[in-house]
Design a protein around this ligand. Structure first.
Ligand code: ADP
Ligand code: ADP
Ligand code: MG
Length: 454
């Protein structure tokens, strides 16, 4: 019987997974909501099944409909992409119960390390440094207040099941804490169905550095070095690059080893990312693990030459990794810009609607992962990611120049995008020097707004 994969996602990542599956010679089944009837992933897959209405909860989060679609089309594996059900251990458990291979870690791994408060405990128990904070979730506001006072402000209140930069608040005093506690816990309840919160010391001016790991089911665990994702707006990544301009080889090796140690400690299988923050002194602290393929995985693919999604699929079908740690060599520099449907120059207002025309960038070392095409209508129901523009060049300097040209030649008409904003970032002196932290975008934004008001 031919292997057949259902892709439980939409947008660029569904397209990305379909390509990998096809290259492996496997069958592909797309699922889609009524709003996505004309989406590219539907056109590119061998088969497509409508799984429900516009709202995510009716379609891309509808576990029963997705499983029915997989069973009725004879799929023997499901790739979840990122977001939606990718880190939902209940869904993964259901997939396992149906004897369908889940292209990701086991439901047990997700339940353990996917819970951010538990992940901190596991890291600590394995000697991996974590940011000072609560031992697990805080029971109530009073307990939280005591912990916050003890570690000292500013602190972060974080949803234990959170993701995508949501369910996080920075608080700088008792008063702010009292204001934020109830609100953040409600937000966590509505976004993630789990109101539990934990506390971390807020690290000032850090870099976000994460390690890509991948492990097969026969005992090989390998890391593919780091990605620097410090360019964030409201804790959401906008630009990513690898290698990190600030890591020296000693710290690079230490973080890589810490990531491998943690992944091995939990017998983790498939692709995963361990996220760390690095303070200005070079101390690193584990913050969370993403138990799935990440948005920014293509920059790692660019510098290592390894197709992470194909490896993920092979691992799920029981095959060993096709390379060893010593085979992973970094070549050159890669940068990714996330292109979103939003008016970035005027407060990032979402901008769904019909795309009349597009001019795609190209050339040597330019990769564009996208689901948009001329005439495509961007629905208002899902996240605003339109495309990921990835460049790869021998040096960082050349990569920055390549990105400028690619952005210049990327035209999307009919809706607003952040292409111009990304172009401005690529010309910022601090960015060019590689001197930035997670506060960069907020400061940069203040400059853009000041210019707008002149
Ligand atoms: P990455 O960590 O791969 O850089 P993001 O954090 O930007 O990706 O998240 C990618 C997508 O997944 C976004 O649409 C985000 O809203 C969603 N997402 C991430 N984590 C979760 C989660 N725990 N629950 C629901 N959605 C999530
Ligand atoms: P999510 O699950 O939404 O991705 P993370 O825990 O990864 O949440 O945090 C998102 C971002 O918030 C990080 O990439 C980092 O920029 C910032 N952040 C998280 N924890 C801290 C901290 N303790 N101090 C400073 N910044 C933090
Ligand atoms: Mg994160």
């Amino acid at each position: 019987m031919k292997n057949k994969i259902l892709i439980a996602n939409r947008g660029e990542i569904a397209v990305r997974v379909i390509r990998a599956a096809k290259e492996l010679g496997y069958g592909t089944v797309a699922v889609y909501s009524t709003a996505d009837e004309h989406s590219l992933h539907v056109k590119l897959a061998d088969e497509a099944v409508c799984i429900g209405g516009n709202q995510s909860k009716d379609s891309y989060l509808n576990m029963n409909n997705i499983l029915s679609a997989a069973i009725s089309t004879g799929c023997n594996a499901i790739h979840p992409g990122y977001g939606f059900l990718a880190e939902n251990s209940q869904f993964v458990q259901m997939v396992e119960d149906c004897k369908i291979a889940f292209i990701g870690p086991s439901s047990k791994s997700i339940a353990m390390i996917g819970d951010k408060a538990t992940a901190r405990k596991i890291a600590k128990a394995n000697g991996v440094p974590i940011v000072e904070g609560s031992d697990g979730v805080v029971e109530d506001q009073d307990e939280g207040l005591k912990i916050a006072k003890h570690i000292g402000y500013p602190v972060m209140l974080k949803a234990s099941s959170g993701g995508g930069g949501r369910g996080i608040s920075i608080v700088r005093s008792d008063e702010e804490f009292i204001n934020a506690f109830e609100r953040t816990s409600m937000e966590a309840e509505t976004s993630f169905g789990d109101k539990s919160l934990y506390i971390e010391k807020f690290v000032e001016s850090p870099r976000h550095i994460e390690i890509q790991i991948i492990a097969d089911a026969v005992g090989n665990t390998v890391h593919l070095y780091e990605r620097d994702c410090s360019l964030q707006r409201r804790n959401q990544k906008m630009v990513e690059e690898t290698p990190s301009p600030i890591l020296n080889d000693i710290v690079r090796r230490k973080i890589g080893m810490a990531a491998i140690k943690l992944a091995k400690a939990i017998n983790y299988v498939n692709a995963g990312t361990l996220e760390f923050i690095v303070d200005p002194k070079g101390n690193f602290y584990f913050i969370e693990m993403n138990t799935r393929i990440q948005v920014e995985h293509p920059i790692t693919e660019a510098v290592t030459g390894i197709d992470l999604v194909k490896e993920q699929i092979k691992i799920a079908y029981g095959k060993p990794l096709s390379f060893k740690q010593r085979d992973v060599k970094i070549s050159g520099h890669a940068i990714e810009c996330r292109i979103n449907a939003e008016d970035a120059m005027h407060g990032f207002i979402p901008s769904p609607g019909k795309i009349n025309n597009i001019l795609f960038p190209g050339g040597i070392g330019v990769r564009l992962d996208t689901h948009i095409y001329p005439g495509y209508e961007v629905p208002p129901y899902y996240d605003s990611l339109l495309a990921k523009l990835i460049v790869h060049a021998p040096t960082r300097k050349e990569a920055v120049k390549k990105m400028r040209v690619a952005l210049e030649q990327f035209v999307v008409e009919g809706i607003m995008t952040n292409i111009e904003y990304q172009y401005l970032i690529m010309h910022n002196t601090d960015f060019i020097k590689g001197q930035y932290d997670t506060g960069f975008i907020a400061r940069f934004n203040a400059l853009v707004e000041a210019e707008n008001n002149e």
